[in-house]
Design a protein around this ligand. Sequence first.
Ligand code: SF4
Length: 310
Amino acid sequence: MELVGHYRNGNYTVRLYDDGTKVRETDGDSFIPEFPESMDLKITDRCDMGCPFCHENSTPTGDHGDILDLPFLETLHPYTEIAIGGGNPLSHPDLVPFLEKLKSLNLIPNITVNQKHFLENLPLLHDLTDRKLIYGLGVSYVTNGREEALRKAMQEFPNAVLHVIAGIVDPDDLQSLAGHVLKLLVLGYKPFRRGSTLYNILGGTINSYVDALKDVLPEILRDHWFKAVSFDNLAIRQLDVKSLMTDEQWERFYMGDDGQYTMYIDAVRGEYAASSTSTTRYPLEPDIRTMFQTVRSSSEKPSTTGRRQQ
Ligand code: SF4
């Protein structure tokens, strides 16, 4: 793997590699950042998928964010990872100039698209990848019987990661995608906005899918169904991922609570917060460090104490 960049953040250094690996090293006993290492950035509320669990409440007529005029963009530290999402980010008319701007600032954009939009836009996504306008490519899985086409298309993108939601994905479908070639990110179920409405109606079914995934998780990891498996913090809690690791592995791999090294920005509403499900939100400000310290001081303290993490 090749080094993409490295930088100092507070009392530690970060090295980023082209396969998505991140290594932090500190001289002290903890990692105390001055600015976010990464952020989730919602650029649009528009999406034609109508998923009943959508925690962003995206709709086919949703608004786009004014992404070419974000007040804090120039204050981001080079190599900050920007996870661009929506809505359907490919629907934003300013997406390409925005990515060009991020590249000119030496930022690391990743993008997440729904599986349907992914398969419909392969030439565009190849172009964005080839021009290094995006690094990571998240593809949100939807069961629709097109698993073979999905697997084939994803293998064309070395940095593609399949996203699935605990409580929505059926482990049997996951098994049909297994085969050591894809990378997997498991997201927790977000009972927020439409996700809350659906949970009130189908909470029992959602919980049973979470339990089914939890049961099969040791097998997924042991038998290497996927090339790599990662989890967001919500999935770590919902699936009790910590119980599958030794204390040493946990210290090494856990990247910190939401809001400690990461933050969320909603460019449509002009708000920032610790995560996309935070109810405490603040209006955007011109300086990223100010926003980050607000988020960091209002969220939980980090539990990590190791000298090196990856
Ligand atoms: S594809 Fe994503 S953004 Fe679109 S409706 Fe579904 S969950 Fe929401």
